[in-house]
Design a protein around this ligand. Structure first.
Ligand code: UD1
Length: 420
């Protein structure tokens, strides 16, 4: 298992490129199954979750090549229909094969994903959507077994107690594109990654309208054709890199990003006091001496993303005054906090709120990563801290950040990957 050794306290400044979105790439890879033939997907980040999804596709008898961020997916006439426990256990997003295989084959067995480090994560909304479209769903021996003839379009409401669901919206949309008639998804998630999948499906010949709104209209089509597509930039990687520079007092020119997907994050950075200039596909950020605390309410898009919550807690740990971060999507998503406290942060958790009292300094320490974004938060704290930190279990980071240590090194960080 690898660990990072980071010597902190160095100003990080320079220019970086943003990679493609992991959370778009994963469902888009699966959506490619909906058309026989060769689909080419560009700007796919070279991260372990993508490599894992390649294995899932290969298990379903699909030929996949991945080279220099370009995925070539050759989808055969006959596909497998089982996603076993071993795949889903390692990556929840494997469950996207449900939507695509229900849509194409009318048959799929997928192991049920369990909870994960950020809490209980049910899939009731996914199943509700499939059932309402006419799928027979059974839960047997830890597997979801879905069987259906031709799905029939219908009006569905896909929100749960926590609001809209990215995964359920994408999964049900993939199932519906080849159905008979019109499906209306009300309460659809409006995250840019949902729109990216919808645009990808349209490029295959699907008829989805209402993209970027909570009401998606899907007119079923007879079949889809393979396509070529470029995925959107990763707004979470972009946000993480911006924080990496200013948490150390530096400045960054971030290229190949999409600032229009990052509105609230950029507003919060401005509110703290950082100087920001926004271009069409780039962002310049510069640190400032005059920083003030902010309150953040984590909610589905277009509000503040849960996937940037941990990184902002690291940042706000070093901003004088009291900041409050309320997590309303994954209420237990504070695994990074005890580790940040070990580095000198002053944070109290009260129910779904982190109350952060800014400290003058963080101190390097050995810490343990627990999930993808928590690991990013620890790296940010470590590059800002004085002294050396060791971050264990960085396989979490490798799941979702492309060449993170190379990118950080390029702007001046002293970060080493060490085999344990
Ligand atoms: C996706 C992202 C993840 C991000 C999250 C929220 C991927 C691979 N992952 O996860 O990085 O943190 O969106 O932006 O894209 N819920 C239910 N029932 C369901 C489905 C979800 O109650 O059937 C709840 C969840 O527990 C959570 C909330 O709805 O509280 C939102 O979850 P959802 O948007 O589905 O997250 P994911 O798609 O799993």
């Amino acid at each position: 298992m690898d660990k990072f050794v980071i010597k902190g306290g160095i100003k990080l400044s320079g220019e970086l490129n943003t990679s493609g979105s992991k959370n778009s790439s994963l469902p888009i890879m699966v959506a490619a199954l909906l058309a026989k033939g060769r689909t080419v997907i560009r700007n796919v980040p070279d991260v372990n979750d993508v490599k894992h999804m390649i294995k899932v596709l290969e298990y379903l008898k699909v030929r996949v090549k991945f080279n220099k961020n370009i995925l070539t997916i050759d989808v055969p006439k006959k596909l497998g229909y089982i996603a076993p426990y071993n795949f889903v256990r390692k990556m929840r997003a494997s469950y996207y094969v449900m939507g695509a295989l229900i849509g194409r084959e009318g048959k799929v067995d997928v192991s049920l994903p369990g909870g994960c480090a950020i809490g209980e994560r049910p899939i009731d909304l996914h199943l509700k959507g499939f059932r309402e479209l006419g799928c027979d769903i059974k839960l047997e021996k830890g597997y979801v077994k879905a069987r259906c003839k031709k799905l029939k379009g219908k009006e569905l409401f896909l929100q749960g107690t926590k609001g809209s669901s990215v995964g359920a919206t994408i999964n049900v949309m993939m199932a519906a594109v080849l159905s008979e008639g019109i499906t209306i998804i009300k309460g659809a998630a409006v995250e840019p990654e949902v729109s990216d999948v919808a645009n990808f499906l349209n490029s295959m010949g699907a008829k989805i309208s209402g993209i970027d709104t909570p009401v998606l209209k899907i007119e079923g089509v007879e079949n889809l054709k393979p396509t070529e597509y470029t995925v959107i930039p990763d707004r979470i990687e972009a946000g993480t890199l911006l924080v990496a520079s200013v948490i150390t007092g530096g400045e960054l020119f971030l290229k190949k990003c999409n600032p229009s997907h990052m509105h609230v994050v950029l507003e919060k950075l401005k509110e703290i006091g950082y100087k920001i200039e926004i271009g069409k596909d780039n962002i310049y950020i510069k640190s400032s001496k005059y920083l003030k605390p902010v309150n953040i309410n984590v909610l589905p898009y277009p509000f503040f993303p849960t996937d940037m919550q941990a990184q902002f807690i690291s940042l706000l740990s070093l901003v004088d005054g009291i900041s409050i971060v309320s997590e309303n999507i994954f209420e237990k998503r504070f695994m990074h906090v005890p580790e940040l406290i070990r580095m000198g942060a002053d944070i109290t958790i009260e129910s779904n709120k982190a109350i952060i009292k800014g400290v003058k300094k963080l101190y390097g320490a050995p810490v343990m990563a627990s999930d993808l974004r928590a690991s990013a938060a620890l790296v940010l704290a470590a590059i800002a801290a004085s002294g050396e930190s060791e971050i264990r279990r960085i396989y979490h980071l490798d799941r979702g950040y492309e060449s993170i240590e190379k990118k950080l090194r390029k702007i001046g960080a002293k970060i080493k990957r060490v085999k344990e």
